[in-house]
Design a protein around this ligand. Structure first.
Ligand SMILES: Cc1cc2nc3c(=O)[nH]c(=O)nc-3n(C[C@H](O)[C@H](O)[C@H](O)COP(=O)(O)O)c2cc1C
Length: 176
């Protein structure tokens, strides 16, 4: 395998977050700044974000929109970031939002943080909880925090957490 920059090589999506770790204000700003400086088609910057710190009102409103099985581990994350987009061309806006979240994830790795993105949540419920206007479409919830103890997870999740990660071999991804 070709070498990757450590910022990419060390990124992965844990379910074990340290329940005592908090996200400092400057860390949160740095994550959102990374997202803000992502490229976008026509520099449209169609992304919008909501940030909740553990146990604050926004965090609780985001958490309840997640599937019950995910809430169980996501509640240990230090912060939850909702990634939403605006704009007429939803496909283009979703692509741009994905890049912004990817930038956020790389910045998180640089800060010693981990991110687990989730698209399994009640979009209409979250939009209502956050009182979003109709043109703002929430697409992803990113759980952000510091690594916790995988042994504290239920057995099934622990196995996933400690198992090998897989990717398709590169040659199978090349169209020609
Ligand atoms: C857009 C997106 C949506 C995801 N949604 C979920 C989800 O709903 N639940 C979940 O447990 N993981 C979710 N994940 C995490 C992926 O399962 C994970 O990134 C993938 O298995 C690769 O693992 P890695 O991030 O550790 O490399 C999501 C990731 C992305 C990028």
């Amino acid at each position: 395998m070709a070498d990757l920059t450590p910022l990419l090589a060390f990124r992965w999506s844990p379910r074990s977050f340290d329940p005592d770790a908090e996200l400092a204000g400057d860390e949160a700003s740095s994550l959102l700044e990374a997202a803000r400086w992502a490229p976008s088609a026509g520099n449209a910057q169609p992304w919008r974000f909501a940030l909740g710190h553990r146990q604050d009102e926004t965090w609780k409103r985001i958490l309840v929109s997640l599937a019950a099985g995910d809430q169980h581990w996501v509640r240990h994350a230090s912060a939850l970031v909702v990634g939403a987009h605006t704009g007429g061309d939803a496909e283009r806006a979703a692509y741009d939002l994905g890049q912004a979240i990817a930038h956020l994830t790389v910045q998180a790795t640089a800060l010693g943080l981990h991110v687990h993105q989730l698209t399994r949540f009640d979009r209409a419920g979250l939009a209502a909880e956050l009182d979003l206007s109709p043109e703002v479409r929430p697409v992803v919830v990113a759980a952000v925090g510091r690594l916790g103890d995988p042994l504290a997870l239920p057995e099934e999740l622990r196995r996933q957490e400690t198992g090998l990660r897989h990717r398709h071999p590169l040659p199978t991804l090349l169209l020609r």
